[in-house]
Design a protein around this ligand. Structure first.
Ligand SMILES: NC(=O)c1ccc[n+]([C@@H]2O[C@H](COP(=O)([O-])OP(=O)(O)OC[C@H]3O[C@@H](n4cnc5c(N)ncnc54)[C@H](OP(=O)(O)O)[C@@H]3O)[C@@H](O)[C@H]2O)c1
Length: 267
């Protein structure tokens, strides 16, 4: 019997030769997710709804072994744009091995005043994640190669809000956001089961509180009080998780929700 090569840890986490599409790469977390994959050797295709913004992200990414990162325009809320953006990514780098669906159209209205139209539109973020993941699965099957799909969830896809944290500062986390992210956590499980025979792994990455510097200071202070670690997450604290999910280090993992929340959901 031939000896089985046991991959080393360095090999398991090595993304050289892999190509990764990261949506919403211009954002607070998307930029760090793209950077993590680039630092691990992947060729990154960064997307934005605005091509110039995606190009700016790409210009700032480190490159291993001459990886040539690329930018595409892609809007999750618009099916023709998803199709065109995914096709442009393949045109740009040949094949795609990893999809990180991170882009997110936000909603300001909470449960008190959200309209039916606003609520439904917010849920359409999940439609975009699904349609893009299905394109990725078709691509993987056509080229007979494995793929890793990573969907961004949230701690708010698992637990309810603390309404008092938001009181008199800003609207409470939107009801539609909780429905959306809970749906994405569960969509992950369903797609993982359906696509496991195709070699397509689907996992969810759920951040806890990672407010950007645009968040009100009082809100951040109250959120810190609610966190077991008494502090907010820094975007680079998602780098290890996305690398794990994207790489062969997680080759036996599918359908799971990886929660990086400073212990928020452990109370
Ligand atoms: N930050 C947190 O505390 C936190 C916590 C839990 C979960 N999350 C999740 O993590 C992901 C990233 O969040 P973030 O905080 O980095 O948000 P962000 O800074 O607002 O970035 C989101 C990005 O999504 C893009 N986007 C907006 N509408 C889009 C659309 N229709 N189609 C495609 N892309 C679109 C935007 O880029 P362009 O304008 O360039 O297109 C934006 O840069 C989201 O899925 C969010 O729900 C964040």
């Amino acid at each position: 019997m031939l000896p089985i090569h046991e991959p080393t840890v360095a090999e398991l986490f090595d993304l050289r030769g892999k190509r990764a599409l990261v949506t919403g790469a211009s954002g607070h977390l998307g930029g760090e997710l793209a950077r993590a994959l680039a630092e691990a050797g992947a060729t990154v295709v960064a997307s934005s709804r605005d091509l110039a913004r995606a190009e700016a992200v790409v210009a700032d990414l480190p490159s291993c072994d001459g990886a040539s990162h690329r930018a595409v325009q892609l809007d999750h809320m618009d099916e023709p744009s998803l199709l065109a953006g995914f096709a442009a990514a393949i045109d740009a780098v040949g094949e795609v091995d990893v999809l990180v669906s991170n882009g997110h159209e936000p909603l300001a209205a909470d449960w008190t005043d959200v309209t039916a139209e606003q609520f439904s539109r917010h849920l359409k973020n999940a439609t975009g994640y699904f349609l893009l993941a299905r394109l990725m699965r078709e691509h993987a099957v056509a080229r007979q190669k494995p793929a890793s799909v990573i969907l961004l969830g949230s701690m708010y896809g698992i637990v309810g809000s603390y309404p008092e944290v938001y009181r008199d500062v800003c609207p409470v986390s939107p009801a539609a956001y909780h429905a959306l992210k809970g749906g994405i956590v569960h969509l992950t499980r369903h797609l993982a089961v359906c696509w496991a025979p195709d070699g397509v792994r689907v996992n969810c990455l759920s951040p806890g509180p990672f407010p950007s510097d645009k968040a009100p200071l009082e809100l951040v202070r109250r959120l810190c009080d609610r966190s077991p670690m008494r502090r907010m997450g820094q975007p680079h604290e998602l780098k290890g998780a996305v690398l794990f999910l994207a790489s062969d280090a997680s080759s036996y993992m599918t359908g799971q929700n990886m929660v990086i929340d400073g212990g928020w959901t452990a109370w």
